[in-house]
Design a protein around this ligand. Structure first.
Ligand code: FAD
Length: 318
């Protein structure tokens, strides 16, 4: 079923969804099951699986020179989606990125997804590769998520890249996109960011999942400004509990979000790792409760392998 159909069927109830990362290459599918098994009692109608572009690594050779090679550290998104659907009977939402894909690669990936009866995709651009500073598309690939969405929308109309294909099968993908309550880090301001978000909606996006945020004010303002900009689709808050000291600096650096003063000072005051985890759990519970009470369509938890923490939060909220 499509994600948006779940929202419609929920009749105002706030659903739950989880996001998982593929294991590092060489890891096993069991890692995903170990993350998800304890969370399935909360009946998430859909589960997202992230996609990771290849990265450049530099390997020192016996000559002393460094060789630049490219590897994909976390392959397997589509296989994981199929395994999740098979094991749990829920929908899986693969993330599909522009980076590393030509438009033909994208078309072929969408054909695979369609054949697997995967009805949803989260269409995003992907970040810059390490050491590149800015996003560089594949030759013959998309520069922006907007172009990717247009390609998916074309396939939903039966339009493939090859003009010779007549009466091509119309896919029926429900398209999710990313949204940034604190604006995307490359955007000069939220207005321009929302301008492009609106363009993605006009191109066929059906719902938004937000970047993580730690102050609900950002989400409420974002929803208000989206509505004022004519963006009417459901906006799902993305939540991540902050439970470790190093995250005080790594989360802002990696995700370009602010951390509230009160949260940071509570984390700094905590006298042990366990006490710190408890601070993060309680903060996320409070955020979740307020978002749920405000009628958010779904709570989207970034699990990042931390099942125990997510479980405690969801148990307290639902
Ligand atoms: P875009 O919509 O293309 O926007 C990128 C920037 O360009 C923005 O500043 C925007 O304002 C601007 N812009 C947009 N369209 C245009 C245009 N036509 N002309 C000029 N400027 C434009 N990354 C991964 O690699 N894998 C994942 O699985 C993944 N999952 C994610 C899930 C969620 C819920 C979120 C919020 C992010 C996720 N990301 C993931 C990160 C995402 O790829 C990055 O944030 C990326 O930098 C931007 O992606 P986007 O789809 O928002 O890009």
């Amino acid at each position: 079923m499509k994600v948006t159909e779940y929202f419609e069927k929920a009749n105002g109830q706030t659903l739950i969804s989880f996001e998982v990362l593929p294991p590092m290459k060489g890891g096993s599918m069991q890692a995903i099951f170990d993350t998800l098994d304890p969370l399935m009692e909360f009946k998430p109608p859909f589960i997202d699986v992230t996609y990771h572009r290849e990265e450049f690594v530099y390997k020192k050779r016996p000559s002393g020179y460094y060789e630049k090679t490219s590897i994909r550290k976390r392959p397997g998104t589509v296989g994981i989606c199929a395994a999740i659907m098979h094991r749990y009977g829920v929908d899986a939402v693969p993330h599909l990125i522009c980076g590393g894909f030509t438009t033909e690669d994208t078309e072929n990936a969408l054909i695979d997804l369609n054949f697997l009866n995967i009805k949803n995709v989260l269409a995003i651009r992907g970040d810059a590769r390490k050491f590149e500073g800015q996003f560089v598309p594949e030759d013959g690939g998309h520069h922006y998520a907007l172009d990717l969405i247009r390609q998916i929308a074309d396939m939903n109309k039966g339009k493939y890249l090859d003009d010779n294909i007549e009466n091509g099968e119309k896919t029926d993908f429900c398209i999710g996109i990313a949204g940034y309550p604190e604006k995307h880090y490359e955007s000069p301001n939220l207005d321009l960011d929302l301008h492009y978000t609106k363009a993605k909606v006009d191109a066929g996006a059906n719902y938004i999942v937000t970047q993580m945020f730690f102050d609900n004010k950002y989400y409420f303002d974002f929803v208000k400004r989206c509505r004022e900009a004519g963006i009417e689709i459901p906006i799902v808050p993305g939540l991540k509990p902050l439970t470790k000291l190093h995250q005080i600096t790594s989360i802002p650096r990696l995700f370009h979000v602010d951390l509230p003063t009160e949260l940071v000072s509570e984390l700094l005051k905590a006298s042990s790792p366990e006490a710190r985890t408890q601070v993060g759990i309680e903060w996320c519970i409070a955020q979740s409760r307020e978002l749920k009470a405000s009628g958010a369509p779904c709570m989207h938890y970034y699990t990042m392998g931390d099942t125990d923490t997510i479980r405690k939060i969801v148990k307290a909220v639902y």
